[in-house]
Design a protein around this ligand. Structure first.
Ligand SMILES: Nc1ncnc2c1ncn2[C@@H]1O[C@H](COP(=O)(O)OP(=O)(O)OP(=O)(O)O)[C@@H](O)[C@H]1O
Ligand SMILES: [Mg+2]
Length: 248
């Protein structure tokens, strides 16, 4: 048993028989009620790590404990307790917004009443009221993203994994989302996000910077800014991250 909501030990993922070393030994610890943001260049291993933590991708080696259970062994027992908004949209394009929400609610075993209550709440928080009966295929990118987030939260999960959750979402709504994420955190939920928007990462409780499949630095935004004597997370990223491909 781990005291952390997420704990990984020497987590490794190699693709193509070791030719692609996507994740190279990550020891991550995320506490309950924390918003933790992964940042790092394209290809640094953020999605691969999140996919292993969500149980959708099997590690090459290493250990993963999530909410006190061991992955990938306890994957099924965890699925109702984790909410995932993957980097690629996970919505059914031929269903409407409401049909998507209700489909996923049923999948998680919610009652009709629970689906109605939680679904309505999310539609309102994510400002999807006018799109409720629109077929997902015809939504704009940002609207699809909002629907992805609604689906991830329909079963009120304890741990929320958002891989670039706010890509394509306009800045006003993004700021609003972050207030919403903080309210989930204040309710005791734990949130792991990845982001390329640096002023967004700055709103997290802790940031982990990935490079070449390793967690090379970690801390609260204010700790990291003073440690490296930089003004913002964007400068920190530029200082520590470099270009993944150029440096390979
Ligand atoms: N299915 C796969 N097969 C082979 N290589 C893969 C596969 N998925 C990812 N990779 C490689 O693993 C490395 C890490 O990719 P990953 O998607 O985890 O990075 P990322 O940090 O999420 O990048 P981005 O910011 O672009 O989303 C990259 O070199 C990528 O090309
Ligand atoms: Mg990614």
């Amino acid at each position: 048993m781990s005291e952390y909501v997420i704990e990984t030990k020497e987590l490794v993922k190699h693709y193509n028989k070791g030719a692609v070393k996507a994740v190279n030994g990550i020891d991550l610890r995320v506490r309950k009620g924390e918003i933790y943001a992964f940042i790092g260049a394209n290809g640094s291993g953020k999605s691969t790590t999140i996919d292993m933590i969500s149980g959708t991708l099997r590690p090459t080696s290493g250990e993963i404990y999530v909410l006190g259970l061991k992955l990938p062994k306890d994957r099924r027992r965890l699925s109702n307790r984790i909410g995932i908004a993957p980097q690629e949209y996970a919505v059914y394009l031929d269903l409407t917004v409401w049909e998507n929400i209700s489909f996923f609610g049923r999948l998680y075993g919610l009652s009709r009443k629970e689906i109605r209550e939680q679904g309505e709440k999310l539609i309102s928080i994510l400002k999807l009221e006018e799109k409720r009966d629109v077929v997902a295929e015809f939504l704009s990118g940002g609207m699809k993203r909002r629907l992805s987030i609604a689906i991830a939260l329909i079963h009120q999960p304890e741990l929320i994994l958002f891989d670039e959750a706010t890509v394509g979402v306009d800045p006003i709504l993004r700021a609003y989302f972050w207030d919403f994420f903080k309210s989930l955190r204040d309710d005791g939920k734990t949130i792991l996000v990845t982001s390329h928007v640096m002023d967004e990462a700055e709103k997290a409780d802790r940031i982990g910077l990935m490079r070449h499949g390793k967690l090379i630095e970690e801390g609260s935004p204010s700790e990291l800014l003073s440690k490296y004597n930089v003004r913002n997370v964007e400068e920190l990223f530029l200082l520590l991250s470099g270009d993944e491909n150029i440096n390979e």
